[in-house]
Ligand binder design. Structure first.
Ligand code: NAI
Ligand code: F6P
Length: 382
């Protein structure tokens, strides 16, 4: 079996590419980072440091790489069995035209082998969004064939993989936590879903996507935002701060109450899930900057993302949300010189003020009580 994986970054090398290669799949990475591409093609292998209770180094072998902007990618899409991505939500639209050209080549070559495509991004149904971008880039006469031959499979992906620590000069260096979870929607595959160790099949994906995004990512983001406000550099330092931890845990519990109402999760098991996540944030072997985890605040303050969607859920079910409100207010204070979205957010705040800025970005009603609550909390943090 052969797979093309877009994005040889942290999750690409440290999780999805590794899982595929470990399962005996021939993996070709597509990326735009020439240094990473050259290193992959020179060595055809790389080391992954897996850190948890114990640390070990595992070698991923038999990999190669192509530039995502070149025709090699088109030829590969015409011939591989599986395409995966871990490029970031905003990049999916950019890779769609190449995928579309590859599908045309596959069609015109008379292929009858099904192809499955799985986006592994922190998004609700990211592959379905990629599918729309691909269809937009394809002439309508190919659409029926795509519907028949190409499975666009949504997934939930969970493994904390920060960038390699400063000081490492190996472009392929990657350190991952020992925990990992990749859950895919088995109803969306074309042909028989591949049996890959570490890839779990479900027919109830939305529950898993929301459980992960609105627990781990909600808690992680709020740890980052409150941590930055309190002057902490890393997620570990932030979550070990009792005041930060209390709000983070509270926010995950508020979001959890929504999930329990919506999906009927067992409350005790969900409490254990939250505790395990708090423990993962404390991992002493992962150096994870609050600035990284808080990155792209406009996306994270969006209507369907990890902060606002749980908040809306609490309104829907009439549940408490004081900790989510605090977390969102802290997100509004996020700053980073490296992050274009942080600069855009700061400019918007300065131009229209917190109430309008929050309403514009989150889709919450500008005159609503909940926006007033967030703005009060925001002002109190000034
Ligand atoms: N790092 C983590 O712990 C986790 C990340 N994720 C998600 O995985 C995705 C990737 O995140 P990371 O690996 O952390 O980011 P990253 O920045 O380490 O990796 C992204 C890679 O995509 C490449 N890229 C950019 N434009 C491209 C293009 N046009 N074609 C091909 N490759 C391109 C970049 O050069 C980079 O190597 C994101 O959606 C993130 O939310 C999900 C779970 C965990
Ligand atoms: O990758 P994003 O969506 O910017 O958010 C960072 C989050 O994603 C992760 O990288 C993995 O889930 C977490 O470390 C963090 O919660």
């Amino acid at each position: 079996m052969k797979a093309l994986h877009f994005g040889a970054g942290n999750i690409g090398r440290g999780f999805i590419g590794k899982l595929l290669a470990d399962a005996g799949v021939e993996v070709v990475f597509a990326d735009v980072n020439q240094q990473v591409l050259d290193a992959l093609n020179q060595r055809h292998q790389y080391a992954v440091r897996v850190v948890g209770e114990q640390a070990q180094v595992e070698t991923v072998r038999g990999v190669s790489a192509v530039h995502s902007g070149r025709d090699d990618v088109v030829a590969l899409i015409a011939s591989v069995d599986l395409v995966t991505t871990a490029v970031g939500p905003q990049i999916l639209e950019r890779i769609a035209p190449a995928i579309a050209r590859g599908l045309v080549k596959r069609h015109d070559g008379g292929s009858t082998q099904p192809l499955n495509i799985i986006a592994c991004e922190n998004m609700v149904r990211g592959t379905s969004q990629l599918k729309q971008h691909v269809l937009n880039a394809l002439e309508p006469r190919y659409h029926a064939w795509v519907e028949q031959q190409v499975g666009f499979v949504d997934s939930a992906v969970d493994r904390i993989v920060p960038p390699a620590e400063a000081g490492s000069d190996d472009p392929l260096a990657v350190t991952v936590e020992s925990f990992s979870e990749w859950i895919v929607d088995k109803t969306q595959f074309k042909g028989v879903p591949p049996a890959l160790a570490g890839m779990e099949l479900t027919d109830n994906l939305m529950a898993f996507v929301e459980r992960k995004l609105f627990t781990l990512n909600t808690g992680h983001a709020i740890t980052a935002y409150l941590g930055q406000l309190a002057g902490h550099q890393t997620i570990r330092d932030a979550i070990l701060d009792p005041a930060v931890r209390q709000t983070v845990k509270g926010a995950m519990e508020e979001s959890g109450a929504v999930l329990i109402n919506r999906y009927g999760f067992n409350a005790q098991k969900h409490a254990a899930y939250i505790n395990k996540i708090l423990h993962r944030f404390e991992n002493p072997y992962l150096h994870d900057d609050v600035e990284r985890v808080g990155r792209q605040p406009l996306r994270k303050l969006g209507a369907g993302d990890r902060l606002i969607k749980p908040l809306r859920g609490t309104l829907e079910y009439g549940l408490g949300h004081v900790n989510l409100v605090t977390g969102i207010a802290a997100a509004m204070h996020y700053h980073s010189d490296q992050d274009p979205q942080a600069k855009e957010w700061a400019a918007l705040l300065a131009e229209v003020g917190p109430q309008t800025a929050l309403a514009n970005v989150s889709g919450l009603e500008e005159d609503s009580e909940v926006v007033a609550q967030v703005v009060n909390a925001y002002n109190a943090m000034q």
